[in-house]
Design a protein around this ligand. Structure first.
Ligand code: NAD
Ligand code: ISE
Length: 336
C-alpha cells in the first residue's frame, strides 16, 4: 500500500519533509499541499510534487478523501487546530514540534486522542531517531551505572530577528526537554534559568546565551546552555555522567583534514544537515504506523509533557534565579 500524505505548511521544514517523502523514502506519496501563503505551496508543488492538489485551507486538505495521513509543518501556533481536525477525521498525523504552544492546547489533543481510543499522533521530536543519541542511550542504559548529571549545549550560529527570549525554550530547548526524558527514562520536577553576560550579537529582545537547570524525579541534575548567536556553527553537545563512567554524544561524521600545519574538522551550520538522517528515520516510522491507521514514536503525551515543562522554563526565565516546580498529571493508559 502507498500511503497518501497531505502536507500543511510548506516553509523550510514542510518543503524538506515533502522532498524526503517524494524523493527519498519508500511507501508514501505526497497527494496534497496547503499553506497560508498559497504561492509557497505552489512552489513546492512545482519543484517536488507536481501531481499533488494545492488546497487553500488546511482543514479542506485534512477532509479530502484522497488524503490518508497528514503532516503538520506550519507555524507552531497553528498546530493544535490542525491536529485536532486530523484526529476528528480519524487520520494519522505527524506534527512538527511544538505539539501546541500552550500546555492547555496540548492537553486538548491528548483528550481528543484518548477519546478516539487509539494513537493517531506522532510529534516531530527527531532526536529520538538520531543514531548518535541512540548509541548514547544504549551506553547510558548499560554501561555507565546510574546517571547523575547531564551537561548539554544547543548552539545555533544565528537566529532571525523575530526570535525572542521565550523561543529559546519553546523553539530550541524543547528538543532537549524531550530527548532527556527519553534518554534517562525520567521526568522533570523543577526548572531554573540564569543569564550569563549577554552576547553583543543578540538583539534587544533576546537574552542570549541562557543556562537552564533542570532537576528530574530521580534526582539527575541537567544543565543546558542555549546559545543561538554562537556564530561558529550549529553545535549540539551532550555529556551524561554516571556512577561508573561518562558518555558523550558522538560528533557528526566529518573529514579530519591535516593541511598547512593545522588539524581541522568542519562543523555544520544548519540543523537540516545535522539531523538529516533522523528526519528520514522518524518519517519512515510514521509511514509504517500510519499505513496501519495508527501512530508510534513520540506521542501527544510526550508533546504535552514537553509543553508543561517548557511553560515552567519560560516562567523560570521571567523569574530568573528562582526554582520553578514542575508537576505532571497522571498519564492515560493509552500512552503506557
Ligand atoms: P517556516 O516559517 O519556514 O514555515 C512555516 C510555514 O507555515 C510558512 O510557509 C507559513 O506560510 C505557513 N503557515 C503559517 N500559518 C499557517 C496556517 N494557518 N496554515 C497553513 N500554513 C501556515 O517555519 P519552519 O522552520 O518550516 O517551521 C515550521 C514548524 O516546524 C515550526 O513549528 C517549527 O518549530 C518546526 N521545526 C522543527 C524543526 C525540527 O528540527 N524538528 C526544525 C525547524 C522547524
Ligand atoms: C528550530 O526550529 C529547530 O527545531 C532546530 O532543531 C533548533 O536547533 C533551532 O534552534 C530551532 O529554531
Amino acid at each position: 500500500m502507498t500511503l497518501k500524505i497531505g502536507v500543511i505548511g510548506t516553509g523550510m521544514i514542510g518543503r524538506d519533509h515533502t522532498r524526503r517523502i517524494a524523493q527519498v523514502l519508500a511507501g508514501a506519496q505526497i497527494v496534497a499541499l496547503s499553506d497560508y501563503n498559497p504561492d509557497a505551496a505552489r512552489a513546492v508543488q512545482a519543484d517536488l510534487a507536481p501531481n499533488a492538489t494545492v488546497y487553500d485551507k488546511g482543514e479542506d486538505l485534512i477532509a479530502a478523501p484522497e488524503v490518508d495521513a497528514v503532516l503538520v509543518c506550519s507555524t507552531g501556533s497553528t498546530h493544535e487546530a490542525y491536529v485536532l481536525a486530523a484526529i476528528a477525521a480519524g487520520k494519522p498525523c505527524f506534527c512538527e514540534k511544538p505539539l501546541a504552544t500552550t500546555a492547555d492546547g496540548a492537553k486538548r489533543i491528548v483528550d481528543a486522542e484518548v477519546a478516539a481510543g487509539k494513537r493517531l499522533v506522532q510529534v516531530g521530536f527527531m532526536r529520538r531517531y538520531d543514531a548518535g543519541y541512540r548509541m548514547l542511550k544504549e551506553v547510558v542504559d548499560n554501561q555507565i551505572g546510574t546517571p547523575l548529571m547531564v551537561h548539554a549545549a544547543h548552539r545555533n550560529p544565528t537566529v532571525p530577528d523575530q526570535y525572542l527570549t521565550p523561543m529559546a525554550i519553546h523553539d530550541t530547548l524543547i528538543h532537549e526537554i524531550d530527548v532527556f526524558r527519553w534518554l534517562l527514562d525520567d521526568d522533570y520536577v523543577s526548572a531554573q534559568v540564569v543569564f550569563p553576560r549577554k552576547s553583543s550579537h543578540a538583539h534587544a529582545q533576546l537574552a542570549d546565551p541562557q543556562i537552564v537547570l533542570l532537576e528530574t524525579a530521580k534526582g539527575v541534575r541537567i544543565d543546558v546552555e542555549i546559545f543561538v548567536n554562537c556564530r561558529y556553527g550549529y553545535d549540539i553537545q551532550c555529556q551524561v555522567v554516571g556512577e561508573e563512567g561518562l558518555a558523550n554524544l558522538p560528533e557528526p561524521m566529518a573529514i579530519t583534514l591535516r593541511k598547512n600545519a593545522t588539524l581541522q574538522n568542519a562543523i555544520m551550520t544548519d540543523w537540516k544537515d545535522r539531523f538529516v538522517d533522523s528526519y528520514d528515520v522518524e518519517l519512515t516510522d510514521f509511514i509504517k504506523a500510519a499505513s496501519q491507521g495508527t501512530a508510534s514514536g513520540p506521542s501527544s503525551w510526550d508533546g504535552y509533557v514537553a509543553a508543561i515543562s517548557s511553560d515552567a522554563c519560560v516562567e523560570a526565565q521571567e523569574k530568573t534565579g528562582q526554582i520553578i516546580p514542575i508537576t505532571l498529571p497522571a498519564r492515560p493508559a493509552l500512552y503506557d
